[in-house]
Design a protein around this ligand. Structure first.
Ligand code: COA
Length: 545
């Protein structure tokens, strides 16, 4: 692999302008993250503090601190979709009321799914359910056992039609739990609060359950429901406390007095699950000692243009993410708006496909050829998306852009190697699909805070949709003011909906991350793939495109 030639001058005025703009993007990201991390279900600061104080008043630990008490000291925790639900439902669900992510226990990676009881009693609204389901799907695909830190009132009842009945709603979480357990992926629960109805089935479906006396309760219907249905007035601990479930019903296997004791016991249980460690690479996988990039990731902030219409060279981004900033570029003289080649991240061999703008026919064919090479050689694929989509126009159509783009899409869809995607800029139109967007099942999809995702950019949408609307109003008189109003409302809609916070709130990605954290996040994701068995055998044909 050869070093990538550096073309960036950190002393230039453009670099300084870009970096300053990106730093304010990162400030916004930190602020939004803090809002989610603080918890509490009321939009007002004082209201939020009340639910947090009540949680502490019961002697309960905050959700992320709970996870910290379980994972190995000093080990990383890759939190997923921290901003799920952001800006939705009057912001009453910071973090969608649930924390998910991958943490290490005795060297083994686990998926953590932990309710935040300071947010609507840990009940789940639509983004919360989606986050729960997504975490389970990631666990299954990456061969991870699940640790549930349960403190949940189940479905958020005012929105029951959006969280209860459909395929990937609450029932889907139980289905996944049962299936994963049967597939040999341990499902472990610690009960840390009033777990009612849906919240009760999570421990009930687990392989091993710990309950903390005094705070942990499991019941299909809580005291208010029992009173309404049977007229019985019953104390919560008599109805579903730790002693009842550990000594009488057998719903729980262990009873402890404190959260600290629970996490010590949980670690002991994890030690007996006979799982592969994070460093246990399987024999299909090529790995060497990692090396830091030769150029600092910090410089990415100055490379990405503040004006999103001005492109930047993807090679310069690659140079700041990969080992030794070295890259074996494939077909460097052909198909200039896509950059493909082999490199290493934290020692893992990986094939990178990155955009340098619009995708033309030859770019699509080059990417297809490269995907086939990675597939043939069992090399994981990393897509770095920054594209306005496939080229349009008569010349392009004559050149067969539709079929060439389809070849790329087909190759991505059928690649048997692990795929990872980062949105480092624009993700527009079918470019999103060809570059392994959410619909193409990358194992993880992260987005940078400068990214934009939509069918087309707001500028283009403004023109296209205004023309369509005016065409539909044939014959009707339209004043210039009305046309201007149509234009600006379309623009506003596209700007709002292509914003990365809008996207991450709806779990179109697995989280907004800073360019500075991206190499580490990818390193962990690649380690997970490396400890699994070889990708399923399949077609290894390489067609010259
Ligand atoms: N749906 C909607 N809101 C819920 C909820 C649910 N399932 N569970 C809790 N909440 C809300 C409460 O209304 C309250 O909101 P507020 O702060 O805006 O007033 C907040 O969460 C905290 O609930 P609270 O009952 O005060 O907290 P708690 O810690 O004393 O009790 C539970 C927590 C979960 C044990 C209790 O709220 C409960 O039993 N909820 C009903 C659970 C249920 O019947 N679920 C059926 C789901 S299928």
């Amino acid at each position: 692999m050869r070093p990538i030639t550096n073309t960036i001058d950190p002393a230039s005025a453009l670099f300084a302008t870009n970096a300053a703009a990106y730093r304010s993007d990162l400030d916004r990201l930190r602020e939004a993250m803090q809002f989610a991390i603080d918890g509490g279900n009321h939009p007002s600061r004082a209201g939020r503090q009340r639910s947090i104080d009540r949680h502490h008043g019961r002697g309960k630990v905050m959700t992320r601190d709970r996870i910290d008490m379980v994972i190995d000291e000093g080990s990383p925790f890759l939190e997923l979709s921290t901003l799920a639900g952001y800006g939705q439902a009057d912001d009453e669900f910071p973090g969608a009321g649930i924390v998910t992510g991958i943490g290490i226990v005795h060297g083994v990676p686990w998926m953590f799914i932990a309710n935040d009881a300071t947010v609507k009693g840990g009940s789940l609204f639509p983004a919360g359910i989606k986050k729960h389901v997504r975490a389970q799907d990631i666990a299954r695909e990456n061969d991870l056992g699940c640790i549930y830190l349960v403190d949940s009132g189940g479905a958020f009842l005012p929105m029951q039609d959006e969280v209860f009945p459909d395929q990937d709603h609450f029932g889907g979480t139980f289905y996944r739990q049962a299936q994963m357990s049967a597939a040999g992926l341990p499902q472990l629960s610690v009960v840390l609060g009033g777990c009612t109805a849906g919240g009760a089935y999570v421990p009930a479906l687990s392989d091993e359950v710990i309950m903390v006396e005094g705070i942990g309760r499991i019941f299909l219907g809580g005291p208010p429901i029992v009173k309404a249905a049977l007229g019985e007035v019953v104390d919560p601990d008599d109805l579903g406390g730790a002693a009842l479930h550990t000594r009488e019903s057998g719903v729980s296997d262990y009873m402890v007095q404190t959260e600290a004791e629970a996490y010590g016991l949980l670690r002991e249980i994890c030690a007996n699950t006979n799982r592969r460690s994070i460093a246990d690479r399987q024999d299909w996988y090529d790995w060497i000692e990692p090396e830091a990039p030769a150029h600092p990731a910090e410089e990415i902030l100055g490379i990405i243009n503040d004006d999103t219409r001005i492109p930047y060279d993807a090679r310069q981004i690659i140079a700041r993410l990969v080992d030794g900033s070295r890259f074996s570029e494939f077909k460097p003289e052909w198909g200039n708006s896509i950059v493909v080649g082999f490199t290493r991240i934290w020692g893992h061999l990986v094939g990178v496909i990155a955009n340098n703008g619009i995708i033309f026919s030859e770019d699509a064919l080059k990417a297809t050829h490269f995907i086939e090479l990675c597939n043939q050689r069992s090399v994981p694929l990393l897509f770095l998306q920054n594209t306005t989509g496939y080229m349009v126009g008569r010349d392009s159509e004559i050149g067969g852009i539709a079929k060439n783009g389809a070849k790329m899409v087909t190759a991505v869809a059928n690649a048997r190697v692990p795929k990872f995607t980062v949105l480092i800029g624009g993700s527009y139109g079918a470019g999103n699909y060809g570059m392994c967007g959410r619909g193409f099942d990358p194992r993880f999809l992260f987005a940078w805070p400068n990214s934009r995702i939509a069918t087309m950019a707001a500028d283009t949408a403004e023109t296209v949709l205004t023309d369509i609307r005016l065409g539909g109003m044939r014959g009707a008189e339209t004043t210039n003011e009305e046309i201007a109003e149509i234009r600006s409302s379309i623009r506003a809609q596209y700007e709002e909906q292509s914003d990365p916070y809008y996207a991450t709130s709806r779990l179109w990605d697995d989280g907004l991350i800073s360019p500075l954290d991206t190499r580490d996040a990818l390193g962990l994701c690649l380690s997970l793939a490396a400890r699994q068995d070889a990708p399923v055998a399949g077609d290894r044909i390489v067609y010259r495109m």
